[in-house]
Design a protein around this ligand. Structure first.
Ligand code: AMP
Ligand code: MG
Length: 468
């Protein structure tokens, strides 16, 4: 079988990428293939091809591997040159519905953007991205997807020797805020305009006819990102590295590194070993949303209006609106989680007051058990604040709330202790625990026993790592 690749990025955006082949994998072995996703994309794949094509051992017919340039603010400091240091875009495919998707290898070898890195990835982090991205998709939050993980047969060096792997990632595109920043920082406004035109055509085609297409584009990215971050907050998801190079113009979650799901609700929760200041803590994510979008707006200013002052005013006006947009999206997410019909002026306050009342209790299970007071109580050391809040919720939610909250709140999320257990076993060559966890998180609204409970107290504080 062949894949019908197209190459619109390479065709339309010369000067924004380099043509670099992936490294060849010495002894590739298929660990995972996402057959459902392959079907959705209209791909008929032969396992023998998959293992060679999605490991870098062979460039599939019709592919034209490129690596994309981008910059980014990392923890607030600007890096003018990042780029694909360990990823290769094979090309794009058109799904049966006509939507265009990137097919990208990650962990596929060094490129001119690798700086000091080896261009490789270990099995653990690639399986982690596969697992968590597939959970996000199952839970209904926009995300890049994972088509395959192939072990390369190569040992790579991290703190110790680890088996290497390549992840095949499927994305609406890999345009990032940092892609715009790369060219804006060099004063190359023609490239910024070309990127904006490309992004509009690919992600927001209706906007091409708008009065001010670039302002409409900024509005559209703000709207999608506000919705995305509200979705994360609803799941208790902490991305961990919300650098501008990790924020996709498409509005999908991208670059699963040290991310994890919060268990006991605490707004300041951080898992990443390097986030000492808590910049990307759970409750900071909405502020970082605004900060990152301000960086995107800066790159677009020259396109917004011929009068520079007017252009800045337009951008500032949009940036001022982000907090309100986000609040609206968050309230929408919370209405669903609380099983509320319609809209009531008091809904946001009801949700805010729950945040105060549930401090310390398990994020996932609190929502899941709202309608079962005995089960809910067992999650709390001190139930008094909840005792005061629950009658307000019952009065607002009314009949059928139990069914609605069961349908809108996952019973299973990738619990940190289960993820670690599965990845350790996989690194030792034992895939069964990973497969069991993957099956459970693919049906997150069904309570698969053994995957619903928080980590035992002995598990301790959870720490995740970048650059793996
Ligand atoms: P990330 O933290 O994964 O978002 O990556 C930030 C930057 O570091 C990007 O430019 C990546 O391509 C690059 N990078 C991450 N890991 C590696 C690696 N093992 N080898 C080369 N470049 C890497
Ligand atoms: Mg990244």
């Amino acid at each position: 079988m062949t894949i019908s690749f197209d190459h619109s990025y390479a065709r339309d955006l010369p000067g924004t990428y380099l043509r670099v082949p992936p490294d060849s994998a010495p002894a590739p072995r298929l660990l995972l293939l996402n057959q459902t996703l392959a079907d959705d994309l209209g791909l008929t794949l032969d396992p023998a091809d998959v293992v060679r094509w999605f490991s870098g051992a062979e460039v599939p017919p019709g592919a034209d591997p490129i690596v994309q340039a981008y910059a980014g603010h990392q923890f607030g400091g600007f890096s003018p040159q990042l780029g694909d240091g360990r990823a290769h875009l094979l090309g794009e495919v058109l799904a049966p519905g006509g939507q265009r998707f990137d097919i990208q290898l990650k962990g596929s070898g060094r490129t001119p953007f690798s700086r000091g890195g080896d261009g490789k990835a270990a099995i653990g982090p690639m399986l982690r991205e596969y697992l968590i991205s597939e959970f996000m998709a199952a839970a209904g939050v926009p995300t890049t997807r994972s088509l395959a993980v192939v072990a390369t047969g190569e040992q790579i060096w991290r703190e110790t020797k680890l088996p290497g792997a390549v992840l095949t990632r499927v994305a609406a595109s890999h345009l990032r805020v940092g892609t715009f920043q790369f060219f804006a920082a060099r004063g190359d406004h023609d490239k910024v305009k070309a990127l904006a035109d490309y992004a509009i055509a690919r992600h927001y085609p209706d906007l091409a006819a708008a009065d001010r297409p670039y302002l409409a584009f900024l509005d559209a990215v703000i709207a999608r990102q506000a919705r995305l971050i509200a979705g994360w907050m609803g799941l208790g998801f902490i991305h961990g590295v919300m650098n501008t190079d990790n924020m996709a113009i498409s509005g999908e979650t991208i670059d699963y590194g040290p991310c994890a799901f919060m268990e006991g609700y605490a707004p300041g929760t951080v898992f990443s070993s390097i986030d000492h200041q808590g910049r990307y803590a759970y409750a900071n994510q909405p502020q970082i949303l605004g900060w990152n979008l301000a960086r995107l707006a800066e790159t677009l200013v020259p396109l917004l209006d011929p009068d520079p002052d007017r252009a800045v005013d337009l951008a500032n006006d949009r940036l001022t609106g982000i907090a309100g947009h986000y609040r609206t999206e968050w309230t929408r997410v919370m209405r669903r989680k609380l099983g509320l019909f319609g809209e009531d002026a008091g809904d946001a306050a009801l949700a805010d007051d729950l945040m105060t009342a549930m401090t310390g209790a398990d994020w996932t299970l609190t929502f899941r058990r709202l309608a079962d007071e005995a089960a809910l109580r067992s999650l709390f050391e001190d139930f008094r604040a909840m005792e005061a809040w629950l009658p307000r919720w019952r009065a607002r939610a009314g009949e059928g709330a139990a069914q609605r909250t069961a349908a809108s709140n996952p019973a299973v999320v990738p619990r940190n202790h289960k993820v670690e257990e599965a990845l350790s076993a996989a690194t030792e060559g034992e895939m069964a625990p990973f497969q069991a966890l993957l099956s459970a998180i693919q049906e997150p609204f069904t309570a698969t026993e053994a995957f619903t409970l928080p980590a035992p107290t002995g598990f301790g504080a959870y720490v995740t790592y970048c650059g793996t």
